[in-house]
Every structure is written in structure tokens, then in C-alpha cells.
Design a protein around this ligand. Sequence first.
Ligand code: FES
Length: 102
Amino acid sequence: MSARLFPRDRDPAGRTDSPIRITVDGEPVSGVAGQSVAGVLLAAGRTSWRTTRSGAPRGVFCGIGACFDCLLTVNDVPDVRACRRPAADGDEIRTQSREEGV
Ligand code: FES
């Protein structure tokens, strides 16, 4: 588990978040309710999940929904901004390349 995501029972802030579980390209990833999809991915140690036509990696850039660098496919809906989409338990996330989306 990433050092950036404390287990609920060991969180020094005493949060009462509800755990969620999503899959990213078929691999299970844990998060907490209220995180964006980008937040779950970053907490899991992933900094990029899309590539441009030239193969350059992309992930979160602006974090506010303006740049569209963080696009991915959520539950078969392509071109979802990971920084704007709240993660939900059971979400199936697929990374995408330039040829697949925008
Ligand atoms: S990081 Fe810019 S739109 Fe998501």
C-alpha cells in the first residue's frame, strides 16, 4: 500500500472515510469515498495513465478540469476527466491512448 494512503484504522487524523475498490485496466485499486478517480490513481502511485500520439505520458496537469490531460475511460464511457469524476465503488477504469480518444 502506498504511504500516501493510510489504512483507516491507522490514520492519525481519525477519519471515518468509507473504502472503495475500483479496477484500472483490470487491476484492483483501493481508495476512499469522495476521492476523484485521479485522486485514487495518484494515491496508488500512478502519475500517468494516458499517452499522446507521440507516446508522451499524461496524467493530472491542472487538476481542475481545464486541460483534458487526465482523460480515461470509466465504465465504457471514453474521455472522462479523471480529476473531475468522483470515484465510485466498482468503477472499471481503462487507460486510453491518443488513437482511442481525444
Ligand atoms: S488534470 Fe486538467 S482536466 Fe484533469
